[in-house]
Design a protein around this ligand. Structure first.
Ligand code: ZN
Length: 186
């Protein structure tokens, strides 16, 4: 188990759709452990594999309502929306009002390859949407209303971390064969 560097916005791995997991093996379990440990170290409320440079459909979360991990997720969303602020560990220090569906039902698999369904409203629904987006190469600023997104882009250009993304290497890694968040970012 090890804490991994978190990739920052600007790193192409964050805007690349992740591969489906096909091997539910020891390497996958190590990835889930690494994600969990890195999320807790940050600390964050959620973390997706591309954020540590692994382009596979895996994410973890840990919020008051509970914690978990999910692999190869698909989402069903309510039409009702929720308001709330959202941040991301790949955008240090930046938080924006981000519209999301109020309720989400995520279907996928656990690390043992067993099917699981996670249902959540409010914060859990927000986390499930944010992390599933990461697996599609979508980042939360893509979900902002136009005016807010303009502000976000200016903030990013002015941030002290922007431009450092390339330092960690910019090639998405597929480790396996392809075959508002309580003040914490996700
Ligand atoms: Zn994020």
């Amino acid at each position: 188990m090890s804490i991994q560097p978190i990739r920052l916005f600007g790193d192409p791995v964050l805007t690349t759709p992740a591969e489906l997991v096909v091997n539910f093996d020891k390497e996958l379990r190590t990835l889930v452990e690494d994600l969990t440990q890195t999320m807790h170290d940050a600390p964050g409320a959620g973390l997706a594999a591309p954020q540590i440079g692994v382009s596979l459909q895996v994410f973890v979360w840990d919020i008051e309502e509970g914690d978990g991990h999910l692999i190869n997720p698909t989402l069903d969303l309510s039409e009702d929306l929720q308001d709330g602020e959202e941040g991301c560990l790949s955008f240090p220090g930046l938080v924006y009002e981000t519209p999301r569906a109020f309720r989400a039902v995520a279907k996928g698999f656990n690390m043992h390859g067993e099917p699981v369904t996670i249902e959540g409203t409010e914060l859990l629904a927000r986390v499930l949407q944010h992390e599933t987006d990461h697996l599609k190469g979508i980042v939360f600023i893509d979900r902002l209303l136009a005016a807010e997104r303009k502000i976000a882009m200016a903030d990013i250009r002015n941030s002290d971390w922007f431009g450092q993304a390339q330092d960690l290497g910019n090639t998405p890694i597929v480790k396996f064969s392809p075959h508002a968040t309580n003040g914490r970012a996700i």
